[in-house]
Design a protein around this ligand. Structure first.
Ligand SMILES: *[C@@H]1O[C@H](CO)[C@@H](O)[C@H](O)[C@H]1NC(C)=O
Ligand SMILES: *[C@@H]1O[C@H](CO)[C@@H](O)[C@H](O)[C@H]1NC(C)=O
Ligand SMILES: *[C@@H]1O[C@H](CO)[C@@H](O)[C@H](O)[C@H]1NC(C)=O
Ligand SMILES: *[C@@H]1O[C@H](CO)[C@@H](O)[C@H](O)[C@H]1NC(C)=O
Ligand SMILES: *[C@@H]1O[C@H](CO)[C@@H](O)[C@H](O)[C@H]1NC(C)=O
Ligand SMILES: *[C@@H]1O[C@H](CO)[C@@H](O)[C@H](O)[C@H]1NC(C)=O
Length: 470
């Protein structure tokens, strides 16, 4: 009897132990899977100013609606709107890089461009040939149709590019360049380019901001400049200006022009092609300022701001995802069909990801290279700054908001203060004439305004209200 009991116990141990271990393993695997999925959409902790929980900042002028839909918290959250055209296209790409279903292709990051190109084309033709979409496609507005017809093409040839290595000012320099100014412009905006060249866009060694009269240590860094252009259609314009652009390129060596039509919906191409060019020729440059040709930048402030970033204790880590600008969180696509930003919901559904306003934004050279790689697996989107946001989300990186970037101009009467322009990094929009006179004013009031600090959110009268995620 005792022997029998003993054997029974041994059998029980033999059977139960594996069962228990298996059960524990199951629990472990389930927990791991869920944490991985949730991590995919959780912003890194690198943001210095706003972290995830306060990230629902809304720039003045974008949207006064306080009841935002929640930002997707999990990987699955991105794809709850499968019936819109762009969402459908991107879904099949994101699936091929799903960290769970295809861990190998998720980890690989350096396939050839042709691999990504064919992947994008494949998902494009799959979706476009579906009966449901081809019917919907015919109902899209003309400019969106035009966009869709060309959205799989990115290999536009370069017509002009800067001489030297990386924009104007590339000479024998002791330090790697601190900042590359990449300014989106069009062939006809010659005045804007000229104003920028004469004022805040000068290339070479540029001093940072002086903090007082006696500060002997000259902070500063090398700055380079490049203008990003598409092409005007000579027939539509009635005149061919390409000779003028060629002369300008020879004279200043700061023109980077591609052979595509320069339209609003093609602006995203400038980002994508610029990242590609940057990755090839500018690998040493530490920061990129990307902006429009109608902004005013307080460049000494910008230089000092960037140098301070490099001196931060965790700089090496945060530089991988460093992007600062005026951050717009959880914006709703414009559904007003007269708007320049009109995106019908048959084309894109859901909120926009968090993004930095395209008027002016600064990011690290490291991030530019990572954006170049990730952009190969994100379908082009007609609105350029939103597209950058879409790429950032897929890098698990998030732009950081800074109140000294005024892409929607000064609030209230703040502009009239004597030192207003000494407290900012950037303001949008200013005409070439205004840029020139502002530059002179800022120079003349330098002594008077030595001690003013950069704008911070606290002094603003209409403080941005962080909304509670629902
Ligand atoms: C905010 O947006 C929600 C949903 O989009 C809408 O129901 C609500 O009426 C809006 N509120 C205001 C104040 O516009
Ligand atoms: C697509 O539509 C055509 C005619 O419009 C029809 O003959 C075909 O069966 C449809 N295909 C699918 C997969 O529904
Ligand atoms: C001037 O600024 C430097 C730092 O930039 C500081 O070390 C120094 O004390 C300042 N001098 C005066 C007189 O404020
Ligand atoms: C973008 O550029 C291409 C190439 O020039 C052109 O065919 C296309 O119409 C442009 N797209 C839009 C939306 O203007
Ligand atoms: C940061 O990176 C630079 C080169 O990129 C290197 O020289 C330096 O030692 C690094 N610092 C730390 C703390 O890792
Ligand atoms: C814009 O929408 C209105 C009503 O929603 C419609 O009557 C009008 O035709 C639309 N305009 C265009 C250009 O699609």
């Amino acid at each position: 009897m005792a022997r029998c009991h003993c054997r029974l116990r041994r059998v029980l141990i033999c059977v139960c132990t594996p069962c228990i271990i298996l059960a524990l393993l199951c629990v472990y695997v389930t927990v791991m899977v869920f944490t991985t999925l949730n991590n995919t959409a959780t912003p890194g902790a690198g943001g210095q100013v706003y972290t995830r929980d306060t990230a629902h900042f809304v720039a003045p002028g974008t949207c006064n609606n306080e009841s935002f839909a929640p930002y997707p918290k999990t990987f699955w959250g991105f794809h709850t709107h499968k019936d819109a055209f762009w969402n459908q296209l991107q879904l099949s790409i994101d699936r091929s890089f799903n960290p769970i279903l295809r861990p190998k292709s998720f980890k690989r990051g350096h396939e050839t461009s042709t691999f990504y190109g064919s992947l994008l084309r494949q998902s494009f033709s799959e979706v476009k040939d579906m009966n449901s979409t081809s019917k919907k496609f015919k109902n899209l507005p003309q400019q969106i149709q035009d966009f869709v017809n060309h959205m799989h093409k990115r290999d536009y040839p370069i017509l002009h590019q800067p001489v030297g290595v990386c924009g104007a000012g590339a000479k024998v320099e002791k330090k790697p360049p601190l900042l590359l100014l990449a300014i989106k412009t069009t062939e006809l905006n010659f005045k804007n380019r000229q104003a920028i060249r004469k004022t805040w866009g000068q290339a070479g060694w540029i001093a940072g901001r002086k903090r007082n009269s006696s500060s002997a240590e000259e902070s500063g860094g090398y700055v380079r400049r490049v203008f990003l252009l598409g092409k005007e259609d000579p027939e539509e314009l009635g005149v061919d200006v390409s000779k003028l652009i060629q002369m300008e390129s020879e004279q200043y060596g700061d023109i980077l022009q591609w052979d595509f039509k320069d339209t609003f919906f093609n602006l995203t191409l400038k980002d994508v092609l610029f990242w590609s060019w940057f990755s090839r020729f500018c690998h040493q440059t530490q920061f990129v300022f990307k902006g429009d040709d109608d902004v005013f930048v307080n460049i000494p402030n910008m230089i000092t701001f960037l140098e301070d970033q490099l001196k931060m204790p965790q700089a090496n880590k945060t530089m991988k995802e460093f992007m600062v600008g005026e951050v717009i969180g959880a914006a709703i696509p414009s559904r007003a069909n007269q708007s320049k930003y009109f995106i019908p919901d048959s084309f894109y559904k859901g909120l926009y990801p968090m993004y930095a306003g395209g008027g002016g934004v600064v990011y690290s050279g490291l991030l530019a290279k990572r954006l170049h790689i990730i952009s190969k697996r994100v379908h082009l989107f007609p609105i350029d700054d939103v597209y950058v946001g879409m790429c950032m989300v897929r890098l698990n990186a998030y732009p950081v908001h800074h109140p000294a970037f005024l892409t929607f101009d000064f609030p209230g009467k703040e502009e009239r203060e004597t030192c207003a322009y000494h407290r900012i990094l950037l303001v949008h929009k200013r005409s070439p004439k205004q840029v020139v006179s502002l530059w002179a004013t800022v120079k003349n009031t330098q002594t008077q305004c030595w001690s003013v600090p950069l704008r911070d959110g606290n002094r603003q009268k209409s403080k941005p209200k962080p909304t509670v995620p629902q």
